[in-house]
Structure formats: structure tokens, C-alpha cells
Design a protein around this ligand. Sequence first.
Ligand SMILES: [Cu+2]
Length: 113
Amino acid sequence: MTSGTLGAGPAALSRRSFFIACLLAPLVRSARADETTVEIHQFKFTPAELEIEAGSKVAFVNLDLVSHTATGNAFDTGTLKKGERAEITFPTAGEFPYLCKLHPHMKGRILVR
Ligand SMILES: [Cu+2]
């Protein structure tokens, strides 16, 4: 009687782990797919050209010591100080060029499919 219960233990546990792994796998993939990071570093946007799908989020992260912005016609991160980040969602397809208002030679472009 007891031996039957013990035998079922490890099998039940591995079945459950497998089930949890199956549940988590799609979540991890989609989290990666719909948010991309643009790093602002040494007065440059990296990547300067970015292609994303409509509805995706882009996180702008300022790694410089000085403040920057990412400003386009349709969006504006506002002033990002050292270490600050702003997330922008791009709901519609199109081409979104942007620059840093404080240093207009800093340019980038987001292509939304
Ligand atoms: Cu700047």
C-alpha cells in the first residue's frame, strides 16, 4: 500500500515540472519579442536603426553621465538623466525618426511593421 504511494511520488513531481516549464516557455519568448532596448551611450542611440512590430514597446535607457532625450514627431521620452529609462509603445506601423533635443546631431529611427 505504502510502496505504491512512494512509487508515484517522483513521477508526479517530474510531470508537474514539465507542465510548469511548458507554461513558462511562451511567456519568456513573448516578453523578449515585444520589448526592445535602445541604449543611449557616448552620444549615440544603439541600435540607431530599429525594426519592430506594431504594438511593441521600446525602452530607451540613458547610460551616459549627461541627460538626453529621444524625441520624434509622435513620441518624446522627455529628459532622461543618467541611468533613467522610458518605455514607449508604438501601436501603428510607420517610420519614426527621432533625435535628442539637447544634442540634435544624435539621431535614430524606428521602423514599425
Ligand atoms: Cu543628447
